[in-house]
Design a protein around this ligand. Structure first.
Ligand code: ARG
Length: 463
């Protein structure tokens, strides 16, 4: 190989170009071209700052600005030719700029390095994804609020251990997910606030001897200010890890909800009907309507949490400052972000379309002795019985009903009095599922009134 084949960006000290395998392992252009818009925005801010600081002439800065806009339009229109030999998006853009405007392109890299450049580009990219996740979550929350409002007083079984526990309302169950997705949204908000410091101008690792204005570039790129330590600025990937951590928790919530939808849409439960738009059929069993979207959402946590573990593992043990290991950050984050956005959109669509089967919910709500706790509470209130004793008396009545194959409200007053003589007919007032949920008026409880208050609180919060 001759010197001509060495890299045009950094090949000065190299006599030979890279081995094909070296080029293959080294290049990131296959994936980091997704950051082209961010890379060009960063370069435009940098060039404008260099001109303002008197480091570039205005005419060079203007040539760079126009050239970068041309590069961006070539990339947007798909005519740009990406080159693996040029390694990454930063050098691909700069090389094309040089073809377009000549010598001034070589001055763009003054006072910066690919290390601060890639940290800036990636941060801008992740910041956009955080914004997208927040709006996806907001849309999902809105869809849940519609469900909750419509079914604020529909009764259904509440479960613990997936065994019937106490009746709850459909609205209450929907609002539980509103709380979870609301926390997810606030985690993204929080991560965004903390990450919003600009690495640009940290240069390779130590800062630069040029009189740059890092506050100016930070402001131009929508950051709150420049990152305060140049070593940290080029070696920090916390922002990507926080995004992945928040995404993982969110995907875990989506997975739990998806699991419920899979169970609820089965013939054995029939709690909900999913729309045809979000279901698929079987190629062999004509009767089937499968909740594939829910199942895939349930599974997405695998790759999203996988990305979180992968990047944490890449970063572990890296000495300051930049190491090429950090190039392994992007694909994981891209994949996690793509799949999180898809899962959020699919869940929003499913929730918007799904119809709750009110009758099945109500029938299931009354089965499985779901009002046994109401009976025990009544014994405490009406007969001043200690709760432990009331628990025992109720257990005896449950066993009696179970032996007869009936539910608690089907027992007669005589049956009840046979177990405890002081029980009166008023007890039947608490054995109905509607009475049960209506009585749970404690703050955060399942009573329809409380659910409606929470729906209103969230509607106002999002307004
Ligand atoms: N493609 C590289 C990355 O993604 C850009 C930074 C390269 N810096 C360097 N000193 N080689 O991390």
């Amino acid at each position: 190989m001759t010197k001509d084949t060495s890299n045009q960006m950094w090949g000065g000290r190299f006599a030979a170009g890279p081995d094909a395998i070296m080029e293959a392992i080294n290049a990131s252009i296959g994936f980091d071209q997704r950051m082209a818009a961010q890379d060009i925005a960063g370069s435009r801010a940098h060039a404008a700052m260099l001109a303002k600081a008197g480091i570039l002439t205005d005419s060079d800065a203007e040539a760079i600005r126009e050239g970068l806009l041309t590069v961006l339009s070539e990339i947007d229109s798909g005519t740009f030719r990406f080159s693996t030999a040029l390694e990454d998006i930063h050098m691909n853009v700069e090389a094309r700029l040089k073809e377009l405007i000549g010598a001034p392109a070589g001055r763009l890299h003054t006072g910066r390095s690919r290390n601060d450049q890639v940290a800036t580009d990636f941060k801008l990219w992740v910041r956009d994804q955080i914004d997208a996740a927040m709006s996806g979550l907001e849309a999902l929350i809105r869809a849940l609020l519609v469900q909750a409002e419509a079914g604020a007083d529909w009764v259904m079984p509440g479960f613990t251990h997936l065994q019937t526990a106490q009746p709850v309302t459909w609205g209450h169950h929907m609002m539980a997910y509103v709380e979870m997705f609301g926390r997810d949204k606030s985690r993204f908000e929080d991560a965004r606030r903390r990450m919003n410091e600009c690495p640009l101008g940290a240069a390779a690792l130590a800062g630069t001897s040029f009189p740059i204005d890092r506050h100016m570039t930070a402001e131009a790129l929508g950051f709150d200010g420049p990152a305060a330590n140049s070593l940290d600025a080029v070696s920090d990937r916390d922002f990507a890890l926080e995004f992945l951590a928040a995404a993982s928790i969110c995907a875990m919530h989506l997975s739990r909800f998806a699991e419920e939808l899979v169970i609820w849409s089965s013939a054995q439960f029939r709690f909900v009907t999913l729309s045809d738009r979000f279901s698929t059929g079987s190629s062999i069993m004509p009767q089937k309507k499968n909740p594939d979207a829910a199942e895939l959402i349930r599974a997405k946590i695998g790759r999203i949490f996988g990305a979180n573990v992968a990047l944490m593992t890449v970063m572990k043990g890296l000495p300051l400052a930049y190491s090429k290991d950090m190039q392994e950050d992007k694909e994981q984050v891209f994949d996690a972000a793509d799949n999180l956005m898809l899962a959020l959109a699919a869940m929003e669509g499913m929730v918007g379309d799904m119809s709750a089967n009110r009758d099945s919910l109500e029938a299931a709500a009354g089965s499985g002795f779901s009002t046994a706790t109401d009976l025990a509470d009544w014994l405490v209130r009406a007969l001043n019985m200690p709760f432990r004793e009331a628990h025992h008396v109720t257990g005896t009545l449950v066993a009696m009903a179970e032996a007869r194959g009936c539910d608690l409200p089907d027992l007669t007053l005589d049956d009840m009095q046979g177990v405890h003589g002081a029980i009166t007919k008023e007890v039947f007032g608490v054995l109905g599922v509607h009475n049960s949920v209506a009585s749970r008026l404690s703050y955060g409880g399942t009573a329809p009134e409380r659910v409606r208050e929470q729906v209103t609180r969230w509607q106002e919060k999002l307004a």
